[in-house]
Design a protein around this ligand. Structure first.
Ligand code: GDP
Ligand code: ZN
Length: 335
């Protein structure tokens, strides 16, 4: 099969697991093909990453091959034999994560993540609920579904775990109680992860690597040494990649994702990231209530009478202020 001169070629859809210079590992069914890029893709195709507008190709900007295809992209490939193929087309992205490069340009590092798995330990280390809120708001503002995993349930028991994450359970989040040690909750997690592209985030020591190994022992993730010694920098040379789960689905192993930034947003978008506050839509006296010091604020009244968590409320104020400040800074920069 030479050339692609309009001849019929067998094409299949796949997902990009890894990128190296000029070569891509693409999973097609159960096979992983080493692919190169069709020449015209290297400079011509830029996909709109907007989720709401219809996806289309902008042919206006020149791209380097490195940016044209990233880990997580769904692609159409034609087989050239011997576990090799050619990427003919990149399908529209549903989401993309970027990191700022050294000249301040955003580089997409991974696309099509559709589930953020936020792992906290019930104990050792004690869960930092403010950090959990920050991850949840970041997921919401990035258009990602979030799943909270309360790991190390073996250390505190089910009641202890429900107490530790009570505010979030009350607020309506789905929290999976799990233990990488006893495998409690692991099958439930497999069901939630199957067929999707997920990314695991959370503080160091929460048990992300241990959970990944429990979910699929073939992954063989390096976990922290007993005694809490961390391997500093163990991820510094690792590029983004997708690891396929044996039960279906993929996990993005992307060092940059561990420091997710809160995106710029206005206060009402941040409010919507708090399910218990979203439920109070339009109950304040003023439609544009900031739920801060306005009279007739339904949110503050519920906090004062103890029906909403004061800590969650203060978390909202802090994150709303921060996201709003970023929005103002971004619009200033555009002027
Ligand atoms: P990561 O930094 O989030 O990837 O955390 P690791 O997977 O490296 O785990 C940190 C430490 O917690 C290791 O010593 C693990 O053995 C331990 N650990 C992980 N999961 C559990 C669990 O479910 N129960 C208990 N008791 N310890 C766990
Ligand atoms: Zn209000």
């Amino acid at each position: 099969m030479l050339g692609g001169t309009g001849d019929w070629m067998e094409q299949s859809e796949g997902i990009v697991l890894r990128c190296a210079t000029g070569a891509y590992d693409v999973q097609v069914g159960d096979e992983v093909l080493t692919c190169r890029l069709r020449g015209n893709l290297k400079k011509e195709l830029v996909y709109s990453t907007s989720g709401s507008r219809p996806q289309r190709v902008n042919r206006t900007r020149r791209l380097t091959a490195r940016k044209a295809v990233v880990v997580g992209d769904r692609v159409r490939v034609s087989f050239t034999g011997n576990r090799e193929g050619v990427i003919e087309e990149v399908l529209p992205r549903s989401s993309s994560f970027s990191r700022l490069g050294f000249r301040g340009q955003a580089h997409t590092i991974v696309s099509n993540i559709d589930l953020l798995v936020i792992v906290f330990a019930c104990a050792e280390p004690r869960p930092d609920l403010w950090k959990l809120d920050r991850f949840l708001v970041t997921a919401h503002l990035s258009g990602l579904e979030a799943l909270v995993v309360a790991n190390k349930v073996d250390l505190v028991g089910e009641d202890g775990a429900r107490a530790a994450f009570g505010e979030h359970l009350d607020a309506g989040y789905s929290v999976v109680l799990a233990s990488a040690r006893t495998l409690d909750g692991v099958e439930q997690l497999r069901v939630r992860l199957a067929g999707r592209v997920s990314a695991f985030v959370g503080p160091s020591g929460a048990g992300k690597s241990s959970l990944l190994n429990a979910l699929d022992p073939n992954l063989r993730r390096a976990t922290q040494a007993i005694g809490g010694v961390t391997f500093k920098g163990r991820h510094t040379t690792v590029a983004a990649e997708l690891l396929p789960f044996a039960f279906g689905g993929w996990v993005a192993d992307t060092p940059g994702l561990r420091q997710l930034d809160l995106p710029p947003a206005d206060r009402s978008e941040v409010r919507d990231a708090f399910p218990e506050l979203r439920a109070l839509d339009r109950t304040c006296r003023f439609d544009d209530c900031r739920h801060d010091s306005e009279p007739g604020c339904a949110v503050k009244e519920l906090v004062e009478c103890g029906r909403l968590s004061e800590r969650r409320y203060r978390s909202f104020l802090t994150l709303a202020e921060e996201a709003h400040a970023r929005l103002s800074a971004a619009s200033q920069a555009q002027k």
